[in-house]
Design a protein around this ligand. Structure first.
Ligand SMILES: C[S@@+](CC[C@H](N)C(=O)[O-])C[C@H]1O[C@@H](n2cnc3c(N)ncnc32)[C@H](O)[C@@H]1O
Length: 499
C-alpha cells in the first residue's frame, strides 16, 4: 500500500516550505504551462492512460518544468541528481521531513502527495490516481483527501470573484475553494468532516499564507452556528453509490445524503444579496425536472436557482465508469451493483450540474429557476453567472415596459446566429443564438420573431422595433415579450434609467 503524508503543519519550517513551492512557480509550474507542455486542451483532460505518451512525447527534455510535472502531477519518480537540480537541499529536506517526498525502492525521489496547479496557485492534495499502475480506488482508505478534480475546477471557474466580506466553503477537502476565496473575501471559513482534509487545508493555507482562512472540523453547517455568508461554495460527496467506501465520493444510494442537507441549510446561512454555488451530480428520473427536487430541499424558501447542465451520463455508462475490481469477475459484480443501485433509484441518467442560488427579489415576482446547457467552462465564468441573475431579474421586473418606452436595446456582444433551414420549404428557419467570447457556451433556441429582431438590431430604438414588429404583423406586446425573452438570455441589453 502507498504511503500518504499526514499534512501536519505543527513541525513544519514554514518559510522553507514556502520557498520550495515558490521555486516550483519559478520553474514555470502553473496551470497554463502544464497544459501547454503536456499538449492538453484543458488541464481537466489530464488522464492516467496517457502517462506513457506525456513521458515519451512531451517530457523528454528534463528541464525544471518537466521534472516538477513528473514529480508533483504525474506521480512519477525522478533520479536523485534531477531532484537536486530541481530543488536545493533545504527545500528537499523540508519536503522529505513533512513526508511529501520520499526516496523510493529504486533510489529515486517520489512524491507522496500531488501539488496541483490551479491558475498560478499550487495546492497539495492526495494523489489523483492513488493505485497506479492499477486505476481506481479499490483499496484507497475512506479518508483520502480528494485530488483537485474536474468538479473542483469547474466549481472554481464559475465561482464569483468580486470582493465579499465573508465566505464559507463546505466539504473543503484540499481547501481549493476556500483558498481561492481567501483572495477576495475578508474572512473565509472552511469546513470538512475528515480530519486528514482539515490537516491538508491547514497545510495549504499555511503554505500559501492565507491568514484570513479559518479551518474547522465538523459536519456541514454544524460548527458555524447561525452565521450568514456572502458567498457559500460546496463540492459535496454526490455519487449515487451502492457502497460507502470513500468519504469524498459516496453520497448514499441516492447520492443526495449530503447535497440535500447543504441546499436545505442555505436559507439559514446565505446573506441577502449573497450567492451560493454548488457543483454536484444529480440522478435524473424521466418526467421529473431536477429543479423540483432543489425546490423541495429549500422547503419553500424564496430563492432563485440557476442550473447549468455541463455533462450527462447514461445510467449504464455511469455504473461501468465507477465499477472497480481486481479481476474481470469482480469488476462485473461491481458494475452490476452500481447499475442495480441506479435502477432502484429510477435514475435514467446522472447529470453534472453547477448550481447557483440567490435570495429572490420580491419586486420581480415569484422565485424563479432556470436551466441552461453548456460545455464545462474552461475559464472564469463568475461574471456570466451574476449577469444571468441580473438579466433574469430585469426581464421579470414589472417596470420593464416602462424602461422600454423611448429606450434603446443593444445586442449584448458578438452573437453567432445558427439557422437550420429546410431547403425549398417555406417554413421559418429553426434558429439558435450563441454569445461569442463567453466562458459559457450556451445555445439559445429562438422563436422566429426573436430571430428577426436580433438579426435586425444594433443599438436600436425600441420604437423602431415596434415599427419593425408591425411590418411583420406583431403587436407591441408581442415585441415586448420577444425583447424580454432575449434579455433573459443575455442576448440583448437595455439602458435602465436611474431611479
Ligand atoms: C468531493 S470532495 C470535495 C473536495 C474539495 N472541496 C474539492 O472541490 O476538490 C467532498 C468533501 O466533503 C467532505 N465531507 C463529506 N461529508 C461531510 C460532512 N458531513 N460535513 C463536512 N464535510 C464532509 C469529504 O471529507 C470531502 O473532503
Amino acid at each position: 500500500m502507498f504511503e500518504r503524508p499526514p499534512f501536519l503543519v505543527d513541525d513544519v519550517d514554514t518559510p522553507a516550505l514556502r520557498e520550495a513551492i515558490s521555486l516550483m512557480s519559478r520553474a514555470g509550474y502553473c496551470e497554463i504551462a502544464v497544459r501547454e507542455r503536456l499538449g492538453l486542451h484543458d488541464i481537466t483532460d489530464l488522464h492516467w492512460r496517457s502517462l506513457p505518451i506525456y513521458r515519451d512525447e512531451r517530457l523528454t527534455e528534463r528541464d525544471p518544468l518537466a521534472l516538477a510535472i513528473e514529480l508533483f502531477l504525474l506521480q512519477g519518480s525522478i533520479a536523485v541528481d534531477d531532484a537536486e537540480r530541481l530543488l536545493p537541499s533545504a527545500s528537499r529536506e523540508v519536503l522529505l521531513r513533512t513526508k511529501l517526498l520520499e526516496i523510493d525502492e529504486a533510489g529515486g525521489m517520489r512524491a507522496r502527495a500531488s501539488l496541483f496547479p490551479v491558475g498560478e496557485r499550487l495546492i497539495f492534495a492526495d494523489h489523483a490516481w492513488p493505485e497506479l499502475p492499477y486505476p481506481g480506488y479499490a483499496k484507497v482508505p475512506y479518508d483520502h483527501v480528494m485530488a483537485i478534480g474536474l468538479d473542483s475546477r469547474h466549481l472554481a471557474r464559475v465561482t464569483i470573484r468580486r470582493p465579499v466580506r465573508s465566505a464559507l466553503d463546505l466539504c473543503t477537502g484540499s481547501g481549493i475553494h476556500a483558498l481561492l476565496a481567501a483572495a477576495h473575501a475578508q474572512r473565509v471559513i472552511a469546513v470538512d468532516i475528515n480530519p486528514r482534509a482539515i490537516n491538508c487545508t491547514r497545510f495549504n493555507a499555511s503554505a500559501l499564507g492565507a491568514a484570513n482562512l479559518q479551518v474547522i472540523a465538523g459536519d456541514l453547517f454544524g460548527p458555524i452556528g447561525d452565521e450568514r455568508f456572502d458567498l457559500i461554495t460546496a463540492n459535496p460527496p454526490f455519487v449515487p453509490s451502492p457502497v460507502n467506501a470513500l468519504g469524498f465520493r459516496d453520497g448514499g444510494p441516492s447520492g443526495e445524503d449530503i447535497q440535500k442537507r447543504i441546499v436545505a441549510g442555505l436559507p439559514q446561512h446565505l446573506e441577502p444579496g449573497g450567492m451560493a454555488q454548488i457543483v454536484t451530480e444529480l440522478g435524473e428520473r424521466e418526467g421529473e425536472p431536477l429543479t423540483s427536487r432543489l425546490r423541495e430541499w429549500l422547503a419553500g424558501a424564496p430563492m432563485d436557482i440557476y442550473v447549468l447542465r455541463v455533462a450527462s451520463h447514461s445510467a449504464a455508462q455511469y455504473a461501468v465508469g465507477h465499477a472497480s475490481g481486481g479481476d474481470y469477475g469482480s469488476f462485473l459484480d461491481s458494475a452490476r451493483a452500481w447499475a442495480g443501485n441506479l435502477r432502484a433509484q429510477r435514475y435514467a441518467r446522472v447529470i453534472s450540474v453547477l448550481i447557483a442560488f440567490q435570495w429572490s427579489s420580491p419586486d420581480c415576482g415569484p422565485p424563479w429557476d432556470r436551466t441552461d446547457e453548456s460545455r464545462p467552462p474552461q475559464r472564469s465564468a463568475g461574471p456570466e453567472i451574476e449577469d444571468t441573475f441580473r438579466a433574469e431579474r430585469l426581464a421579470r421586473n414589472p417596470k420593464l415596459s416602462r424602461y422600454l418606452e423611448g429606450g434603446r436595446v443593444h445586442t449584448a456582444g458578438p452573437i453567432a446566429l445558427l439557422d437550420a433551414s429546410v431547403l425549398g420549404e417555406a417554413i421559418p428557419p429553426k434558429a439558435k443564438a450563441t454569445r461569442l467570447g463567453q466562458a459559457l457556451s450556451i445555445e439559445h433556441r429562438l422563436e422566429p420573431l426573436e430571430r428577426q429582431i436580433l438579426a435586425r438590431m444594433e443599438g436600436c430604438e425600441v420604437t423602431e422595433l415596434f415599427r419593425f414588429g408591425r411590418e411583420l404583423g406583431a403587436e407591441e406586446g408581442v415585441v415586448i415579450e420577444a425583447i424580454r425573452s432575449l434579455l433573459r438570455r443575455r442576448l440583448v441589453w437595455i439602458d435602465v434609467p436611474r431611479e
